[in-house]
Design a protein around this ligand. Structure first.
Ligand code: ZN
Length: 397
């Protein structure tokens, strides 16, 4: 049985060490720079250096691949004795920003929870990966397949890191990303298409509105066009884990001053997509609804811009070996089968170029908040799950 040695290797998971690593990872402030140049406070490079230092210290072959200047993905490969299959434990190294969160880097443990920016999203999983590698090394466990630990840049914005990984060809057979799921196993998640719908009119003085074309009034047709869209989405066949697509008009801007007929109005909308839906299918929905609502209005002019956000949905088979391995690990370690469910947010998973499941410590409810924390018992439990899954998937010589 591939997991015979689990009990022995599991004993070697060094919780105190792992928690110290987590604390150090949080203290490397690595907020996503978004469109700004890389500078202090945006230290994905230092995260990569830190991970590389530990991974090479454990004898892994380490490689960094720069995605943007100062923003490398990092890979550590623990070569298996046969090398016929590979499991990647991956996680993003950037975090959300800390506006309004002055204690973001006052890392502290209270009631068994470690607080700080990145605690659950997702430095806890990175610490757990290192804990797994350390336990394997210190027990002299030799896996048959390759275990790859991977740190990724730019998850919080454009997912440039995972897109680069996917483009470089298939690096492993299976992948786990430890985004915060309370250790639930999530082989699918919705994607997202956000865009701006712009109506155009003609400016005029408000004393003679009939000389203008009011773009705000035109936008009211757009808003009505989507009045029953969520209802329609609910009537479509749901995805088994993700349920239904959803639609929200989120931001509206129009007009310059109150005594002018506005010539533009802009509505930014957010559409959560199901596996199988795409930017093209969503835009087709939008155009159809708007054209129907504006039929017969010769002055109606609109456009839909390029997406302001575009995140692919993830959807791997619940029968993938990595999903089965995590479920088996749950059964053997915790005595229950958690089943599978959808992850509630977007992630790097669909871009990795390999079947990747989301399963990690902490809750998405704390991610991106001004009170981010992770339960340390969950970090330790995550390390046990990853270790169990790695032994099962990769076998040992
Ligand atoms: Zn995350």
């Amino acid at each position: 049985m591939a997991t015979d040695r689990f009990a022995e290797v599991e004993q070697a998971i060094d919780r105190g060490w792992m928690f110290r690593i987590l604390q150090e990872l949080i203290l490397i402030r690595s907020e996503n720079p978004f469109d700004d140049p890389v500078r202090e406070g945006y230290r994905e490079q230092e995260m990569a250096d830190y991970l590389a230092g530990h991974l090479s210290g454990f004898g892994l072959a380490v490689e960094m691949r720069e995605v943007r200047p100062g923003r490398p993905n990092v890979f550590g490969v623990m070569k298996g004795s046969r090398g016929q299959s590979a499991l990647m434990l991956a996680g993003h190294m950037d975090t959300a920003r800390t506006t309004g969160y002055p204690e973001a880097y006052d890392v502290r443990v209270e009631e068994g929870r470690m607080h700080g920016r990145g605690a659950c999203d997702m430095k806890a999983a990175l610490a757990a990966y290192l804990g797994v590698v350390k336990a394997l090394r210190e027990t002299g466990t030799r896996l048959n397949g390759n275990l790859i630990v991977c740190g990724i840049v730019d998850e919080e914005y454009q997912m440039l890191g995972s897109k680069a990984i996917g483009r470089s060809g298939r690096m492993a057979d299976q992948g786990i990303i430890g985004e915060p799921t309370h250790l639930k196993i999530c082989p699918a998640n919705k994607g997202r298409v956000s865009t701006k719908i712009v109506t155009r009119g003609r400016a005029a003085h408000s004393s003679v509105p009939e000389k203008g074309i009011n773009a705000i009034e035109k936008m009211s047709k757009v808003i009505r066009a989507f009045g029953d869209y969520n209802q329609e989405l609910l009537s479509r066949t749901p995805h088994s884990l993700c349920g239904h697509g959803r639609f929200t008009p989120g931001v509206i801007h129009g007009g310059v001053q109150v005594n002018m007929v506005p010539d533009t109005c802009e509505l930014e909308v957010d559409r959560r997509t199901l596996p199988g839906e795409s930017q093209a299918s969503v835009y087709a929905d939008f155009h159809e609804r708007i054209r129907r609502a504006a039929a017969g209005d010769p002055d109606f002019v609109y456009e839909i811009t390029e997406p302001t956000w575009l995140i692919a949905p993830n959807d791997i088979s619940p029968n993938e070996p990595v999903v089965a391995a995590l479920r088996a690990a749950h059964r053997e370690i915790f005595g229950n089968d958690p089943g599978v469910e959808a992850f509630v947010a977007g992630s790097d998973a669909p871009y990795m170029g390999l079947p990747t499941v989301i399963c990690g410590p902490g809750s998405i409810a704390q991610a991106h908040t001004t009170c981010e924390f992770v339960d340390l018992q969950e970090v330790a439990a995550a390390a046990r799950l990853y270790l169990h899954a790695a032994l099962r998937l990769l076998g040992q010589g």
